[in-house]
Ligand binder design. Structure first.
Ligand SMILES: O=P(O)(O)OC[C@H]1O[C@H](O)[C@H](O)[C@@H](O)[C@@H]1O
Length: 668
């Protein structure tokens, strides 16, 4: 039998306005107890027909015309249909523009994901429908370790982008989920009196449902209970391991969020939590090693997950529970007023990620006017802009919404709501250093003198602001939200009080909120300020927020240039890109030491940071990629170019570096 699937996709990552195409994936679907290989072979051998050519293959580059209405203002449904404008490589059962299929075969067309409110409502088109089964075909060797991305797991979950084959298949996902359950079971084996429970949630990606099903099979297959939250935010998932709630079976023992944050539509991944926080790199490595073993055994015919399912699956509307705490926090800050935001006009841009809940479940119950909010409906193709506060287009979109609606405040989230940024009533962004400055001002009012931990690419002006204006201490640490949070926890453990760990990327965590990395909670801190200022009679609406960052010196010019390391270049001499990058950094450090125009930062935790020409530069190794990101800030572009030229000269003797971006930058 043939099992086919059409996955909707975009031709270019993140670019909503480009042509979309649809791709047909054809898999052999073996009869019960029949191996894929057998099925495939007999199919090919038996008929010699058209089916032979497509047996077991993924047919790519099929362009299916469809009409798609942009969901610019929610409410407009997506439309899609298959027409006769097909460009197919290889035989395909189409006749007169309609899909025709072999009578003994089944074809399932997945239309674009369509969501409604907080519950996922996928539109599936079925032709000669047969129940889908876990796809186990074509899985050869899987390099599980390559799925590790720092403290997350990330992979390709949807076919459709050339050169990016699916790595997060359903069997791989099942194995990872089983491995997490096994890891958790080992961790909790002492003193446990109940059956383990794991909550599972996902963002708006088109592969969410498929992976949620596979994760559920993987967990229940090893006898652990699953509580599905459906569309959720990453911080809500962590919260479910902490906050008691009987109806929701909370706290759960562990939690899995299915997300790839702001990455392109075809990716997906997992974040794992216990009540101790997000799992770190060594835990992820452990889980992937276990998953590889499980997958190997299952592929070799050992009893698979799903077949031994013995535990239950429960569905819970957890976002309602989680958001009620956010609402309570704002009411409390305003002296228990029911609608403390009455009269404030606040627009939200969820970028079609998971953050749309903030309007109906947080702002509206608090009395805010939310008209003009945009892209609240989840759509895993991200048709409007990338849900990412670091993205210029995204920030432009929310800024425009604030100005068009004459709103008091704009709020923007990333896909899974662990990051956020805001825009003030004048259209100025509370993002990067300015967001950190604002949160620092709020936190330092509550905890005078406390240490603010930030990532490494924060500005000199921010340090001056935190230390001289606010009377706090700025601890500029490393890039990476987990690094920043862990450092703040470490400081507290050695007696240095810290209440805020925050990155320029919009990740931020507060001690008062269990060091939960929560974009929604960061915004709640701003709402608290608005509500409490008004409750205490301070006028001026949202200007109270602008006043808090008054005096922050902002650079005239800031840029990040990412310099790639060609891992296949002979100059690496068989070594790793990491070693090569370290050698580049050492060389730059020597150059800085001997250049009177530059002075090395006295305290620095990663890469090389130096001041010069009224600004600063930081060259460091990326956390994940064979890349050396260079950050430059200076009073003017001209000064930043001078810094760039010095770096360019220093790294010229490393031919494995692709300096084209930096060349372009210095040439203007
Ligand atoms: O080191 P880079 O490649 O610039 O990436 C750094 C970023 O990686 C991930 O996206 C993390 O979630 C961020 O916390 C971190 O800032």
């Amino acid at each position: 039998m043939i099992f086919g699937r059409v996955a909707d996709a975009k031709t270019r990552d993140h670019r909503p306005r480009f042509l979309r195409y649809t791709e047909l994936l054809v898999y052999d679907r073996p009869a019960r107890n029949q191996s894929v290989a057998t099925s495939s072979r007999s199919l090919a051998k038996g008929t010699g027909s058209k089916m032979e050519a497509i047996s077991g293959k993924v047919i790519q580059n099929m362009s299916v015309a469809k009409h798609y209405q942009k969901d610019r203002q929610f409410g407009k449904p997506h439309q899609m249909h298959v027409s006769n404008r097909h460009r197919i490589h290889g035989p395909f059962p189409l006749q007169g523009g309609k899909l025709r299929w072999h009578s003994t075969s089944s074809l399932r067309l997945f239309s674009m994901s369509k969501y409604d409110g907080t519950s996922v409502n996928r539109g599936h088109l079925f032709c000669n429908v047969a129940p889908s089964v876990p796809i186990v075909s074509g899985e050869q060797k899987v390099d599980f370790m390559k799925l590790q991305n720092g403290s997350d797991i990330r992979g390709v979950a949807v076919d459709g982008v050339e050169g990016e084959p699916v790595t997060l298949t359903e069997p791989v996902t099942e194995a990872i989920a089983s491995a997490f359950a096994a890891w958790l079971s080992d961790k909790k084996k002492n003193g446990r009196s109940h059956q383990l429970k794991i909550s599972v949630g996902h963002d708006s990606r088109i592969s969410a449902q498929k992976l949620q099903d596979a994760v559920t099979r993987g967990i229940t297959g090893v006898g652990v209970e699953v509580i599905q939250y459906g569309l959720a935010s990453t911080p809500a998932m962590f919260n479910s391991t902490l906050t008691p709630d009987d109806a929701a079976s909370c706290p759960v023992d562990g939690s899995i969020m299915i997300t790839a944050s702001h990455l392109p539509f075809n990716r997906n991944g997992f974040k794992f939590f216990t009540s101790e926080g997000g799992l770190g790199k060594p835990d992820i490595k452990d889980i992937l090693e276990r998953a590889a073993e499980i997958h190997k055994n299952r592929s070799a015919g050992a009893k698979g997950s799903g077949t031994s399912a013995s535990s239950s699956v429960k569905k819970v509307d957890y976002m309602s529970i989680y958001t009620s705490d956010l609402v309570k926090a704002v009411r409390k800050a305003a002296g228990n007023i029911e609608k403390p935001l009455e009269g404030f006009h606040i627009v939200v841009d969820a970028g079609n990620g998971a953050g749309g809940f903030f309007v109906a479940k947080v702002l509206e119950p608090l009395g805010a006017i939310t008209s003009g909010s945009q892209f609240l409906k989840p759509d895993g193709l991200f048709p409007n802009h990338i849900p990412n506060p670091e993205d210029k287009e995204a920030m432009k979109a929310i800024t425009q919404a604030v100005l068009n609606n004459k709103a008091d405040l704009g709020i923007i989230f990333d896909t899974d709501v662990d990051r956020s940024a805001a825009v003030d009533f004048t259209g100025k962004e509370f993002n990067r250093n300015r967001l950190i400055a604002l949160l620092s001002a709020i936190v330092l009012e509550e905890h005078p003198g406390t240490t603010i931990v930030t990532d490494s690419v924060t500005s000199d002006g921010l340090t001056t602001f935190i230390e001289q204006k606010l009377g706090g201490k700025h601890h500029r640490f490393k890039r990476g939200y987990k690094n920043v949070i862990d450092e703040a926890i470490r400081l507290n453990s050695i007696g240095e009080e810290s209440h805020l760990a925050i990155e320029t990327s919009g990740h931020g965590a507060l001690k008062e909120n269990h060091w939960l990395d929560d974009g929604a909670y960061l915004m709640v801190k701003l709402l608290n300020k608005l509500a409490s200022a008004r409750a205490s009679g301070v006028g001026g609406g949202s200007k109270v927020l602008n006043d808090l960052v008054d005096g922050l010196e902002e650079p005239g010019f800031a840029a990040e240039v990412r310099i790639k390391i060609n891992q296949n270049h002979p100059d690496l001499k068989g070594g790793s890109f990491w070693e090569y990058g370290e050698a580049v950094l050492q060389h730059l450090e020597n150059t800085v030491d001997s250049d009177p125009k530059l002075s090395k930062a006295p305290v620095n935790y990663e890469g090389v940071r130096a001041s010069g020409f009224g600004g600063w530069l930081l060259l460091r190794l990326s956390l994940h990629d064979p890349v050396l990101p260079l950050n430059l800030e200076a009073p003017s572009r001209e000064d930043a170019v001078k810094l760039g030229l010095l770096v360019l000269a220093a790294i010229a003797e490393f031919p494995a570096l692709d300096t084209s971006g930096l060349d372009k930058f210095v040439q203007g």
